[in-house]
Design a protein around this ligand. Structure first.
Ligand code: SF4
Length: 311
């Protein structure tokens, strides 16, 4: 018991250290104003060229297997099932402001990744630097997004499936050279959302668990930024707009998520419908078919075309 407690304490201390270090780094970068630097912009230029290349050369995963992605890790099992069999989704009505909401959040994503890439060129000794990956004719590119997109074929509990995806960034903690996953989330409803956060959201921790399975990383920092800010004149008393939360993924969390994926993949094969999880219905695009469903078995004929069965 004593050993467990001291291990926990060590983990908490490290978590606080990493959270503070990344938040301080992001704040230091944001307190600077600077001209673009050739070295960094040249990397971003090649990164963009690779993105263009990827539009015409799409990433593929092995066919014939149910596919799960990290962002779907926390979804209702029945929703994962419907996605896997390519069930008809509800019509979604997005208003123009909804799409601008998404567009703005995406732009902030790009901006914070750029800040991380600029860190060693603007700060004396940044705590974190972005790792890089060799991409043939594009040279070394930042370890983020499509540059690190990958898949893993996994057999768990006798069922084979694919976990596939990419993440916001893979960092190096300069103090000890350890690898830390960077996951960035925006909040856009009001300017106090992040200020009031006390911990990372459970679904985002599950997403990190899936990354851990896919990329073999145990430590993550979930960073939240509020897109709407406090009043310009609020100064030092402004609501906090950035928070960082350390996540250490455990073997138990990985096994639990693999159990879930294996269960859904097995049910896709048998056609047995998973139970409802009504606490997760709000953003589910399968409400209509789910409501109409009276049987616990459905036809999964279309699931024999798995290359497009991504979840
Ligand atoms: S509507 Fe609710 S219960 Fe049905 S699949 Fe979606 S999340 Fe699950």
């Amino acid at each position: 018991m004593g050993l467990v407690k001291s291990v926990d304490r060590k983990e908490i201390t490290r978590g606080i250290e990493l959270e503070r270090a990344l938040k301080a780094q992001l704040n230091m970068i944001s307190s600077r104003s600077y001209f673009p630097k050739y070295k960094v912009e040249e990397i971003l230029y090649r990164d963009f060229a690779y993105s263009l290349y990827r539009i015409k050369n799409r990433f593929t995963v092995p066919e014939g297997l149910v596919k799960f992605t990290p962002s779907s890790a926390s979804k209702c099992k029945r929703e994962l099932f419907y996605k896997a069999i390519r069930a008809k989704q509800d019509e979604q009505q997005n208003y123009p402001y909804n799409n601008r909401w998404t567009r703005n959040a995406t732009a902030v994503h790009g901006a914070v990744q750029r800040d991380l890439l600029y860190s060693p060129h603007l700060l004396e000794n940044p705590s974190f630097t972005l790792q890089s990956i060799e991409k043939e004719q594009f040279g070394r590119l930042p370890a983020w997004e499509k540059n690190i997109e990958d898949y893993k074929v996994i057999t768990h509990n006798g069922v084979t499936f694919v976990v596939s995806g990419m993440m916001d960034g893979i960092l190096k903690y300069e103090k000890d050279g350890s690898t830390v996953g960077f996951e960035f989330k925006t909040k856009s409803s009001d300017n106090q959302q992040v200020h009031h956060m006390r911990k990372a959201k459970a679904e985002h921790i599950q997403q990190c668990t899936a990354y851990s399975i896919l990329f073999g990383i145990d430590e993550f920092i979930l960073t939240y930024e509020c897109v709407p800010k406090d009043k310009w004149v609020a100064g030092a008393s402004a609501y906090e707009d950035i928070k960082t939360f350390y996540v250490k993924v455990t073997e138990r969390q990985r096994t639990s998520l693999l159990n879930k994926f294996a269960e859904v993949a097995a049910m896709v094969e048998t056609g047995e419908l998973p139970d409802k999880q009504t606490s997760k219905c709000l953003f589910c695009p399968y409400k209509t078919i789910c409501l109409q469903s009276t049987s616990t078995e459905v036809s999964t004929k279309s699931s024999t075309e798995p290359s497009t069965r991504g979840v």
